[in-house]
Ligand binder design. Sequence first.
Ligand SMILES: Nc1ncnc2c1ncn2[C@@H]1O[C@H](COP(=O)(O)OP(=O)(O)O)[C@@H](O)[C@H]1O
Ligand SMILES: [Mg+2]
Length: 181
Amino acid sequence: MRELALNILDICENSVKAGASLVRVSVAAADDLLTIEIADDGCGMDAEFLKRVTDPFTTTRTTRKVGMGIPLFKMAAEMAGGSFSVTSAKGVGTTVRATFVLSHIDRAPLGDLADTVVTLIGGECPSEFRFEVSVEGKGFVFDTRELKAELGGVPVSEPEVLVFVRDMIKENMIDIGGETL
Ligand SMILES: Nc1ncnc2c1ncn2[C@@H]1O[C@H](COP(=O)(O)OP(=O)(O)O)[C@@H](O)[C@H]1O
Ligand SMILES: [Mg+2]
């Protein structure tokens, strides 16, 4: 089964392509429900395009005619007894929200969230990211703006920095009991 961390990576890449300056990712598990939300302040979509965006044949990419990031995330949520929504406004931004019944037999595992974060921030893209993760109310925050302030000029994409970030997120996941999600 595909890991949800890879769906999160896909949706965040859409936000980066949309020119977002900030991408907020929230992963929250509580009471047998997993809620994943990705909200950006990118270019947004108009109402007509938004209606078609969960259809695999809706894409503005030119390299292939099928766009799968949103349809696959929607399918993963619906297979796991959850819900899915995309809200967007042109010039304002986009929010993608998916829920999953944690104990559902067809729920995909969260997988390696640290890998998703490191892939995103290692790409030297201009977007900032804020990840908020919580399990039954216990959580942590990782924010690239705070990291950059601490690094004082050292690029986030430096291999040592990426290793540090990966380890920190993995440790935080263990601390909050999220490593088995
Ligand atoms: N966060 C977003 N902001 C603006 N447009 C978006 C966003 N996410 C998706 N889109 C639009 O919806 C299309 C479909 O997205 P997706 O299903 O991920 O497929 P793909 O990225 O392969 O085109 C994208 O090509 C883009 O035009
Ligand atoms: Mg995409």
